[in-house]
Design a protein around this ligand. Structure first.
Ligand code: ME8
Length: 566
């Protein structure tokens, strides 16, 4: 009911907007790369796509951090936002817009939304008491907090059960949003859209939380306490709660409220919001309720992910156990880090970060599987073999020939070659099914499984190559064999070399969203034309023109020894 599609609307995907009160860490880069990979996959499928990222700049947390840094809040935010923007650029995030909640157009959109909510009767004033966490910028009920002993100070303190962040009792008069009124509509929506949140278990948690009942939400703070915020347009003694302000970034950047005559394109609703599991409640309960109250369509999917931990504790700037993503990219290379974060990072469960894991992945997957396959196929010896294949085939259109041969089932009566034929057929079928299987994972919002599948394919390719041993066939052929055998051996050589080249081409095309630079180099090595690199080209026999001449001596450069990676 709330999901609409507008023809011609680009695929609109967002990252969370990041708090500027501390430097970014690997967790922030992870969320950015996930969104970027999902966007680039759409582009690979020739669909126009827009990615927004940005910074969350208001609130008590930022206000206090600016005071601590002895800076005025605006210049403090300017520098903080710049660092996140630099990270997005360094991580090769193909963002189209960088939104800041201090942007004038965003502020105006928030004020407008407030007025609409008020006019529609969803806002009321009353006294509010509860446990407030500055770090989370959220109120918690009694049931969501407990007392712990702070290991650092030895004193007891009250913390949120969900985030472990300290809370303080707060009592004030402010504005509330009638969240409780949306319980049934939200439940109806979840029921009608069971795949709205991925992974599925987080959907179940959200449904359970809403079923328990919703309290109305405090959405303003006295201006005396919170000065660094957007003021309530109808009452200057109050400031707007940072989460209402922040969530609206997704719509404000898409042009909300689309004033008459505005030239701003309307991308709303978002196709996907990518978020960490820590902010599910805000995106999956509050945000849809705000949108329902504003009478706007809801985002189509919420893709959530788990956390990176260090020694099994959440990597977090407040704890200080963080990895600097700029450092990691400098050390291991941008594509290695993108690959590692997606391959090893958790969507359902947390992942522990360790440099040794990065080195391990680099060596097993990138160097020994993908890199090895590329160099095996394109090194001098194999290069000769490719030329040899063309010569033996006696057909100048050798690749076309290979394509046709690939579709021919080998004759049944060739007993001695049956085992080989069977392997060939099995491998070919696997390659035929590969693009759909990878796309299926991407549709299910499982880029980790997609990239893992691409890697197991390169593993299978190396094993297949080893089994077929084309170098032995080549030797036999050059030494001379009887005519019948020679014919069969030539076909085997064709098919083996062709299937390997096709594996590299298909994997190279589909790896582009994950490792844009490395896959570009690989496709250049294979001499795949620039306009033959979209998803529709990633079909077995889908390109009959590439690789006519090989460039053998470049192969070794794809994944050099890690010590040389700068
Ligand atoms: O929550 N592992 O901003 P934020 C993986 N401003 N991802 C992590 C992570 C970790 N250890 N730590 C953080 C906010 N992230 C709000 C969002 S959106 C309208 C407002 C990721 O800077 C995760 O995706 O604290 C988290 O949701 C995001 O960084 C933003 O964290």
């Amino acid at each position: 009911r709330y999901i609409t599609t507008k023809s011609g609307k680009p695929y609109y995907i967002t990252t969370p907007i990041f708090y500027v009160n501390a430097a970014p860490h690997i967790g922030h880069m992870y969320t950015m790369v996930l969104a970027d990979v999902m966007k680039r996959w759409q582009v690979l499928k020739n669909r126009p796509a827009v990615l927004c990222t940005g910074t969350d700049e208001h609130g008590l947390k930022i206000q206090q951090a600016a005071v601590k840094a002895d800076r005025d809040p605006q210049s403090f935010c300017d520098s903080g936002a710049e660092v996140f923007k630099q990270l997005a650029l360094r991580a090769n995030i193909s963002f189209d817009y960088f939104v800041r909640t201090t942007d004038q157009s965003h502020k105006e959109a928030v004020e407008y939304a407030w007025t609409v909510l008020e006019e529609r009767g969803y806002i009321f004033r009353s006294k509010h008491e509860g446990w407030y966490s500055i770090s989370d910028e959220a109120f918690y009920p009694d049931s969501a907090v407990h007392i712990i002993l702070d290991p650092r100070t030895g004193h007891k303190k009250m913390v949120s059960k969900e985030t472990n962040n300290e809370v303080q009792w707060s009592s004030e008069s402010n504005y509330h949003f009638r969240l409780s009124a949306f319980r049934d509509r939200l439940l109806e929506f979840y029921e009608a859209n069971p795949e709205w949140i991925t992974p599925a278990h987080r959907m179940r948690d959200v449904v359970a939380a809403v079923e328990e009942g919703l309290q109305d939400l405090s959405i303003s703070r006295p201006y005396d306490r919170l000065k660094w915020a957007i003021r309530v347009p109808t009452d200057s003694s109050q400031s707007i709660y940072v989460w209402l302000d922040a969530l609206l970034n997704y719509a404000s950047k898409a042009g909300y409220p689309w004033p008459p005559g505005s030239k701003h394109q309307n991308w709303w609703p978002a196709d996907v919001h990518v978020i960490g599991k820590d902010i599910v409640r805000f995106h999956c309960i509050y945000w849809p309720a705000f949108l329902m109250a504003l009478d706007l369509p809801l985002p189509k999917r919420i893709m959530t992910h788990a956390h990176w931990t260090m020694e099994n504790q959440k990597m977090s700037k407040s704890i200080g156990n963080v990895v600097n993503p700029f450092w990691a990219v400098d050390r291991f290379g941008v594509d290695t880090m993108r690959f590692f974060l997606i391959h090893h990072g958790g969507l359902e469960d947390d992942s522990n970060y360790d440099n040794a894991h990065i080195v391990g992945r680099y060596q097993t997957d990138l160097q020994f599987r993908l890199g090895n396959l590329a160099s095996r196929l394109m090194n001098n010896k194999m290069h000769d073999m490719r030329i040899g294949v063309e010569r033996y085939g006696g057909n100048p259109e050798i690749l076309e020939q290979d394509c046709k041969e690939c579709q021919i089932e080998m004759p049944k009566n060739l007993k001695e070659h049956n085992r080989v034929n069977w392997q060939m057929t099995k491998y070919r079928k696997m390659l035929l099914a590969l693009p759909h299987a990878v796309d299926d994972h991407m549709r299910k919002m499982e880029p980790n499984k997609a990239v893992q599948l691409l890697m197991t394919t390169t593993y299978a390719a190396n094993a297949f190559l080893q089994n077929q041993a084309p170098w032995d066939i080549f030797k036999t052929l050059t030494q001379g064999s009887n005519e019948d055998d020679a014919e069969l051996l030539k076909r085997r050589l064709h098919c083996t070399m062709f299937l390997m080249a096709e594996t590299l081409r298909l994997v190279g095309i589909m790896l582009q969203p994950f490792m844009p630079e490395k896959s570009g180099i690989l496709l250049d090595m294979l001499l795949v034309e620039k306009d033959q690199r979209s998803f529709k080209d990633a079909q077995l026999c889908g390109d009959r023109k590439y690789g006519r001449t090989a460039s053998p001596d470049k192969a070794g450069l794809l994944f050099p020894a890690l010590a040389n990676v700068t």
